[in-house]
Design a protein around this ligand. Structure first.
Ligand code: ZN
Length: 411
């Protein structure tokens, strides 16, 4: 079978660990639901070793069992050490996909461990962690090489081969500091793929403004060496420091760049027309604006003013647009209604609550049922601290038990 490019979105792990930005667990859940609707292969949903993530992760696994999340792989992230793996399965026994991380560069091993651990020990822990994960029920394990772009290529190859030998399914090349350029990563990924024949993930940061270019060039290196590529993305590029490879930009590049689309086959499940809804929701949930010039979803992505451009676009939009607003799903109504509006939330009562749900076409057969959902709506609003969107209200009514779990934290 011809190798393909798949997408792994890491907003709910890498995105949320960013300074100054936060995401409530209900919003993380909605992102998973939208990513599923968009046909994304996998979501790195969070940290199963972290106590406050346990109910959220288990609640999402329940939503998947109930069919509210259909095809998206729900993957947890932890360190590549056996004790983390055991804790993951103690906290979240239903998890089946994991990515586990170790530092590979000399500078990080020196700087972090300061002589307490040598490379051989670190690789030994990683291979034991992979074996433990598989024994405890993991279907897929990806091994993440943190700071791969500053790691000697022969060491990366040795690490990937040791991971493969232990049963790992993929190897993640992390450009943790955003230091790579398209040509260098292409050459290094070609060498890594040729030596290991392993599916490779590209995890690239945007410190030099090249995250999407570097990710696509790395993917091309993998594809041309005959292995699948998995590009890591975040919604709207939100992520540490200068951000990560933006999901929508990566899809647009792989679809509309004549060179890239000719050389690589993107996973056919990806549905770009859901991009607008996802981008808007992430902006709302994170309380972060979408930059005006953001590819596809920025306010100016389809705006034209200069005389020659406006005239040309009006005659035929293809004169000045690579893709159309409908291609990314623009034109959908806003997240919630405008004009005179009744909302329901933290301090809402039963009448307003019923009115809101009636408008969504959701009716409750008994007063007891309605009051139970109202109480959940109050807690959800307390949790998100902003008006609940129509899709959030639908999720609460349709899947109250997992939502209750997601809103709960045990200390
Ligand atoms: Zn990262």
């Amino acid at each position: 079978m011809k190798p393909k490019v798949y997408l792994i979105d890491v907003t709910n792990r890498d995105g949320v660990q960013t300074s100054r930005i936060l995401l409530p667990k209900l919003s993380k859940t909605m992102l998973n639901i939208y990513l599923d609707g968009m046909g994304i292969y996998q979501s790195e949903i969070g940290f199963p070793t972290l106590k406050h993530e346990i109910n959220y992760i288990n609640g999402n696994l329940e939503l998947a069992r109930a069919g509210a999340i259909k095809n998206l792989h729900l993957e947890g992230w932890c360190r590549a050490v056996p004790e983390d793996i055991r804790l993951v399965f103690k906290n979240c026994p239903g998890i089946r996909d994991l990515n586990i991380s170790l530092s590979t560069s000399e500078i990080m091993i020196e700087g972090k461990f300061q002589g307490r651990k040598i490379w051989k020990d670190i690789v030994g822990s990683m291979t034991e962690a992979v074996r433990t994960a598989k024994e405890l029920g993991a279907k897929t394990v990806g091994v993440n090489a943190e700071d791969a772009s500053r790691t000697d290529i022969s060491r990366l190859i040795d690490c990937a081969l040791a991971a493969k030998e232990a049963g790992a399914d993929r190897f993640r090349y992390c450009d943790t500091l955003g230091a790579d350029d398209p040509i260098t990563i292409y050459e290094r990924i070609r060498a890594l793929a040729a030596a290991t024949n392993m599916p490779l993930e590209l995890h690239c940061h945007n410190d030099l403004g090249m995250a999407e270019a570097v990710s696509c060039a790395g993917a091309q290196g993998a594809i041309e060496s005959g292995v699948d590529a998995y590009i890591n993305t975040t919604v709207n590029g939100y992520g540490e420091r200068c951000g990560n490879c933006d999901l929508v930009s990566a899809i647009l590049a792989l679809t509309y760049s004549p060179g890239l689309s000719r050389k690589m086959q993107l996973d056919e499940q990806v549905n770009l027309s859901e991009a607008w809804k996802l981008a808007k929701y992430a902006s709302y949930a994170f309380n972060l604006p979408i930059p005006i010039s953001q590819p596809g979803v920025g306010a100016n992505a389809f705006a034209h003013e200069s005389g020659i451009h406006a005239d040309g676009t009006l005659k035929d939009r293809r004169n000045y647009e690579l893709y159309a607003p409908e291609d990314v799903g623009r034109g959908e109504p806003e997240l919630s209604q405008t004009g005179r509006i009744i909302t329901t939330g933290e301090y809402g009562g039963i009448k307003g609550f019923r009115h809101v749900y009636d408008k969504l076409g959701i009716h409750f057969s008994t007063d007891v049922e309605a009051r139970a959902i109202l109480e959940l709506v109050q807690y959800a609003n307390l949790h998100t601290q902003k008006p609940l969107t129509d899709d959030e209200l639908r999720l609460i009514a349709q899947h109250p038990d997992p939502v209750r779990k997601i809103l709960t934290m045990e200390i």
